[in-house]
Design a protein around this ligand. Structure first.
Ligand code: BV8
Ligand code: ZN
Length: 250
């Protein structure tokens, strides 16, 4: 893709005319920051078995193995920074009366880029909680094995594993934002993991103009009004420049 003219004018017009914009993001928006994705050619799930890492059963069967994997990911996430895609969404939030991001990512990069209204659908790797009583605990970074809570429960990363409910408030807020958005963006997600993946469909069904920004086509692509194929870190700044220029020049 070259230059701002690769952004279809209809996307610029719809964004200019909107007051309420909502966004769903996935691992792809953090890829240019150096955070591995899951289902890309060289994604985490192509090398590792999610059954052994992203299920409560896996954690109870081998807490040390799962804990070490999350510790290694925490280390990666402490060393990476937001990229232009995260910063562009943070800038857009200041411009629109109603703007929110529902993210499947656990890396906290949206908040570090300055976004304020972020619904963490799958939790956040920086937090740890007791798997029994749910109490949050602060731990030193180099905690080598999952400690026990005072109630006896195992401490786990505060993320959502397969078969687990998403945090109710985050999901409700994200669902409400999808139902009322005038423009809905699905960015950097393979649109395979439910119920998060349902949000863009709900948005379109409730009248939103649905824009997908992803490196490759997904199951959502045929339902998007516009699907922009490429890197979020390149497309979003281009889109924002086109909107800002149109807003300035009328
Ligand atoms: C639940 C842990 C049930 C956190 C993860 C229907 C309804 C409800 C549930 C289900 C359902 N059908 C199936 C289910 C079960 C399951 C599910 O959806 N399975 C799928 C795989 C079929 N869902 C669940 O289990 C969920 N829980 O529903 O509970 C329930 C109901 C009632 C009562 C009790 C329980 C929980 C889902 C959360 C699972 N947790 N990981 C962590 O460690 O990170 S999975 C993992 O997938 C991550 O959470 C991740 O966030 C999520 C989604 O992945 P993506 O973000 O999309 O990443 P991916 O790599 O797949 O794609 C990246 C894309 O970016 C690619 O397309 C690539 O091309 C693109 N890209 C790359 N670079 C760039 C780019 N795009 C733009 N720019 C770039 N530079
Ligand atoms: Zn406890």
């Amino acid at each position: 893709m070259d230059g701002v003219n690769t952004i279809p004018n209809i996307v610029v017009e719809r964004c200019l005319g909107a007051r309420r914009i909502a966004v769903l993001t996935g691992a792809g928006i953090s890829a240019e920051s150096g955070v591995p994705t899951f289902r890309d050619r060289d994604g985490l799930w192509t090398k590792l078995n999610p059954q052994e890492l992203a299920f409560m059963e896996a954690f109870l069967k081998n807490p040390q193995h799962v804990w070490e994997w999350y510790q290694s990911r925490r280390k990666v996430m402490q060393e990476v920074k937001p990229n232009p895609a995260h910063y562009t969404l943070a800038a857009m939030e200041d411009f629109y009366p109603v703007f929110s991001i529902a993210t499947q990512n656990i890396d906290g990069l949206h908040q570090r880029a300055g976004s304020r209204k972020v619904f963490e659908l799958h939790g956040n790797i920086e937090r740890n909680r007791c798997s029994v009583c749910g109490r949050f605990v602060e731990l030193p970074d180099e905690t080598a094995e999952p400690p026990r809570c005072s109630c006896g429960g195992l401490i786990r990363p505060d993320v959502v594993w397969f078969g687990e409910m998403l945090p109710e408030e985050a999901l409700d807020s994200a669902a409400q934002a999808a139902r009322t958005a005038e423009v809905y963006f699905s960015i950097g997600t393979s649109a395979q993991v439910f119920p998060a993946a349902q949000l863009p469909y709900d948005a379109a069904e409730h009248g939103a103009f649905l824009v997908e920004i992803n490196a490759e086509p997904t199951a959502l692509t045929p339902y998007a009004h516009i699907s922009l194929q490429g890197k979020a870190g390149e497309i979003l700044p281009r889109l924002w420049r086109a909107i800002s220029e149109k807003a300035a020049n009328g």
